[in-house]
Design a protein around this ligand. Structure first.
Ligand SMILES: NC(=O)c1ccc[n+]([C@@H]2O[C@H](COP(=O)([O-])OP(=O)(O)OC[C@H]3O[C@@H](n4cnc5c(N)ncnc54)[C@H](OP(=O)(O)O)[C@@H]3O)[C@@H](O)[C@H]2O)c1
Length: 244
């Protein structure tokens, strides 16, 4: 389906598109190969969820030979491998960045040539003091800095405004629909990332191109700040759009 027909069917404004979760299905029609940099909560959960839908997962780890990495590869299934971070990035044209935000820019520099690749930035740049969010200096947001560092890559911010546990099954874990807001790059690239989200049960709010990257980062901050200040209560984003 083209972007234009998809927008016509789903209802949209010029600024954003709402895309509903895919109907529950076992496997995706077009499996992607996805490199996942960082094998922690987010990387491992998304890796397993995507592999269950038929996507090929290549994790990038600082310790690909460790017992934990080997176990993760086996638990993920569908032929998942664990390589070094640069090897993983070189093996796929979609690269999920799921490492600590503090190392994001040096990590990018260590991954080799990322030209032409889709970089999904799931990282939240934020810190807390006495349970209160310290507002970061985000005059230029993290995703924009990543894009500036690798101008020939296609940076999309996504999966930062929900929780790793939720990624294993949004509706079953939270009891209702969960929206992944995303932004960056071009329509076609965002549609590819949106399909990765809907395949594992998320709805998607396509906020737009690079101009909307910081909006998605703000939503991530709202998400995490609420979780930190209202423990054990959690918040999930559940957006819908309408035509005025
Ligand atoms: N946790 C959540 O619910 C959640 C939700 C949305 C977004 N996020 C964001 O997603 C990112 C990952 O979160 P997480 O909870 O998955 O973190 P995590 O469990 O600490 O995992 C991060 C992984 O990154 C790798 N890593 C750690 N230090 C590194 C370094 N110095 N250089 C390169 N790689 C390094 C490690 O994998 P290896 O040991 O295999 O190298 C580690 O397991 C963070 O930026 C976070 O803000 C988290």
């Amino acid at each position: 389906m083209t972007e234009i027909s998809r927008r016509a069917i789903l209802g949209t404004t010029a600024a954003s598109t709402f895309i509903a979760a895919a109907m529950a299905q076992d496997k995706v029609a077009k499996p992607e190969t996805i490199a996942i940099i960082g094998t922690g909560n987010v990387g491992a959960t998304l890796g397993k969820a995507w592999a269950a839908k038929g996507h090929r997962i290549i994790y990038g780890s600082r310790n690909p030979g460790s017992e934990k990495s080997v176990q993760l590869g086996m638990d993920t299934g569908n032929g998942a491998k664990v390589l070094t971070q640069p090897e993983a990035a070189a093996s796929a044209d979609i690269v999920l960045l799921a490492a600590p935000s503090q190392v994001a820019l040096s990590l990018i520099a260590s991954l080799g040539d990322l030209s032409g690749k889709i970089l999904i930035d799931a990282m939240n740049e934020m810190s807390f003091k006495d349970n209160k969010l310290i507002e970061p200096d985000d005059s230029v947001g993290l995703a924009a800095r990543i894009q500036a560092k690798v101008p020939a890559a296609f940076v999309v911010k996504a999966f930062n405004a929900t929780n790793a546990r939720v990624m294993s099954g949004p509706k079953t874990v939270t009891g209702g629909p969960v929206t992944v807001p995303l932004a960056g790059a071009d329509d076609k690239t965002r549609a590819r990332v949106a399909a990765l989200a809907t395949a594992i049960g998320f709805d998607v709010l396509d906020m737009g191109g690079a101009e909307a990257l910081k909006q998605v980062e703000h939503l991530g901050r709202i998400y995490v700040a609420y979780a930190v200040t209202h423990r054990p209560q959690r918040l999930e984003l559940n957006f819908r759009t309408w035509k005025a």
